[in-house]
Write a protein that binds this ligand. Structure first.
Ligand code: AMP
Ligand code: MG
Length: 303
């Protein structure tokens, strides 16, 4: 486990004003300002990830058996920050029946004809499951804030500060409702530097196995980097709450980011103190009777 003191640095406290420039993107610097050795960090991070994967699988089974909670993990980031890779690596040990991933793209006309939370509500995890949102309703205060022309709600006119405030409030109320009803919500912003994004885009443009990952909109959106960072700062500041905290994860070093995310999830699920359901005296009697009956059967003589 990564010490809580380190993890605490990445949690955004409720009501704080986030300035992303003050949050590291590489996370490799020591307190003294030197860099840790990258290979050392990679090995350590992979070790932590492997351990956490095993724990996460066991926890999901307990989550299902105890039937009291669900877990909602939200991933947001600039393009090429590693959302897909993080989800793949962190969840790869979990029983596929126990988790579900939804990747949200541009909304369909049907989705746009509903309130902005509608399509996400339909995809929430049921009790006992881990649900992952690869992008989420936060896009509706991020990409949509950078491109207000995407809003399909002419009745509200041109969006002003009040419009966004109301959306943040809606999100906070929605998450409060979920938390009250047994959903553990953890939100991760994978914080990438502009320079590392350039490197990853270039890799996508030079490696044939990665061409497909590059999209026509990637460069125009990169041009809007500052606007996105501001939209993230506003959204994270307004919606990091005790029940649904944001974590700003340094994402330039992929292995480190994955280990941090896995560790945060495992620690938070452990905090739920889940238990296997207890068996009543009457149920116990039935179990004993079934065991006795089964032991007496002889399969070889069965018809
Ligand atoms: P990707 O995750 O790279 O496949 O891209 C998905 C695209 O869908 C991104 O450009 C998102 O900004 C976009 N997208 C996701 N949710 C929304 C939304 N609510 N409104 C508009 N665009 C969205
Ligand atoms: Mg993309």
């Amino acid at each position: 486990m990564i010490p809580q003191k380190i993890i605490d640095q990445f949690i955004i406290k409720p009501d704080s004003k986030v300035n992303l420039k003050q949050h590291p993107t590489n996370g490799l610097e020591t307190a003294a300002g030197q860099e840790f050795d990258k290979n050392y960090i990679k090995d350590k991070a992979d070790e932590i990830l492997t351990k956490n994967r095993v724990e996460l699988d066991a926890m999901q089974e307990l989550l299902y058996a105890s039937d009291s909670h669900s877990v909602l993990l939200i991933f947001q980031a600039m393009d090429a920050a590693g959302k897909d890779g993080t989800i793949r690596h962190v969840m790869s040990g979990v029983n596929p029946q126990g988790c579900q991933v939804f990747s949200f793209k541009r909304p369909s006309p049907e989705e746009l004809d509903h309130n902005f939370l509608w399509r996400y509500m339909k995809s929430l995890p049921e009790r006992g499951r881990i649900g992952i949102f690869n992008r989420s309703y936060y896009e509706d205060v991020l990409v949509v804030k950078v491109h207000p022309e995407l809003i399909n709600e002419p009745q509200f006119g041109k969006p002003d500060e009040k419009f966004w405030e109301k959306r943040y409030q809606d999100i906070n109320n929605f998450e409060k409702h979920l938390a009250r009803n047994g959903t553990l919500i953890l939100k991760f912003f994978l914080h990438l530097s502009k320079n590392e994004q350039k490197k990853r885009f270039l890799e996508r443009l030079t490696n044939p196995a990665k061409y497909w990952k590059f999209s026509d909109t990637d460069l125009p959106e990169r041009e809007r980097w500052k606007d996105y960072q501001h939209a993230y700062e506003d959204a994270i500041s307004a919606t990091s709450t005790k029940n649904a905290p944001w974590h700003v994860i340094p994402a330039d070093h992929k292995h480190l980011a994955r280990a941090l995310v896995a560790d945060i999830i495992v620690a938070a699920v452990s905090e739920l103190k889940l238990e296997y359901p207890t068996v009543s005296a009457a149920q116990m009697e039935k179990l004993v009777a079934a065991k006795n009956l089964l032991e007496k059967t002889n399969d070889d003589s069965a018809a």
